[in-house]
Design a protein around this ligand. Structure first.
Ligand code: URA
Length: 344
């Protein structure tokens, strides 16, 4: 730890390039000193400059969400930037600024000795792989920096402008987790004495034209469930539910009505806290799209009511499906389909 703390102190007092003139705080970076994964961004922005910490603004929220979906948390990664001080007006760092800061980056890599480096965006790609490297080719290849594998991927800020990149970023972070062999930590029963966090998610029981419900299976635990996910800032519950179905399954859906609110508690090793979770479910119908699963899921199928109830792992999910079929009868007068689940 000593090494990293000494480096951080030197970075905070650094005057090697013009960027120190406009900074509020230098942002050395943070994370476990023995992290297996080392994430490299471009440069601090306004929020990072205010806080002295990396990725705490909008791009940081995207990063946290995508890390979570890749089965990682900030506790699994060391995060820093190519330059440690905010460039004016968030312009790209210049070559001489990158060069002045490079010894700090090198010393951080040597101190952490990660199993994998993740270059977030072009600036990080060229800082690690040289001026001729480009993100697209680096993403396709198997580059290394000082013999450490480099996973080149999109910058989380790019996802703010193009949501479809989120899937690629998530897949790349999951790849980094596999390379680094980050142990998968499972959630479990609430643990006495741990702090409690609250979490809010929204999801859908999606029904197709034949009156079957869509279930998806998590690849790691091989458990069937309903599409759902975390409510992002500024979203309504319905917007979250529709977005999560689209991201997890590729389908476009229309919400017909609210169904049920489910509440449960569990211990989350990622947060080292008990989580008091609320999930609000909606009844929705498919209006378009083709089934295309997000990484992390290995199967999606339409099931009639009885088969869905047999497959679902959690009683909460079974209650949602029961309620969905009751509501469906009310909305459309349809009766549940009979027969076996069918793939589309
Ligand atoms: N963008 C970056 O590249 N780094 C940060 O720390 C925040 C936003």
């Amino acid at each position: 730890m000593g090494d990293l703390e000494d480096l951080a102190a030197r970075i905070r007092g650094c005057t090697l390039c013009r960027l120190h003139e406009g900074r509020t705080h230098a942002v050395p970076g943070e994370g476990p000193p023995n992290a297996r994964i080392f994430l490299l961004g471009e440069a601090p922005g306004r929020h990072e400059d205010d806080a002295g910490r990396p990725f705490v603004g909008a791009a940081g929220r995207i990063l946290d969400a995508v890390l979570g979906k890749a089965g990682l948390t900030r506790k699994d990664v060391f995060i820093t930037n190519v330059v440690k001080c905010r460039p004016p007006e968030n312009r790209r760092p210049r070559a001489d600024e990158i060069e002045a800061c490079h010894p700090y980056l090198l010393a951080q890599v040597h101190a952490v000795r990660p199993r994998v480096l993740v270059a977030l965006g072009d600036t990080a790609v060229t800082a690690l792989l040289g001026p001729d490297a480009d993100l697209a080719s680096a993403r396709r290849g198997h580059p290394r920096f000082e013999r450490i594998p480099v996973v080149a991927t999109y910058h989380p800020a790019a996802v703010l402008y193009n949501r479809t990149l989120s899937e690629a970023l998530q897949a790349d972070l999951a790849k980094a987790a596999r390379i680094a062999r980050v142990p998968r930590r499972r959630s479990g029963k609430p643990r006495p004495g741990k702090p409690t966090k609250t979490a809010l998610s929204a999801g859908c029981a999606v029904i197709d034209a034949e009156g079957r419900v869509l279930l998806i299976r998590r690849a790691d635990e091989r458990l069937w469930g309903l599409p759902k996910g975390t409510v992002e800032p500024g979203e309504t519950l319905e917007e979250t539910a529709v977005r999560e179905v689209r991201e997890e399954t590729g389908l476009q859906v229309r919400v017909l009505r609210p169904l049920l609110e489910v509440r449960y508690r569990f211990y989350s090793p990622r947060d080292d806290a008990n989580v008091d979770k609320r999930v609000v479910y909606f009844l929705a119908e498919r209006v378009g799209g083709r089934l295309k699963l997000e990484p992390g899921f290995d199967e999606a199928r339409w099931f009639p009511r009885s088969e869905a109830l047999r497959r679902l792992h959690f009683e909460n999910d079974r209650n949602v499906v029961r309620r969905a079929f009751e509501a469906l009868a009310g909305v459309t007068g349809r009766t549940p389909a009979r027969g076996r689940g069918a793939r589309r």
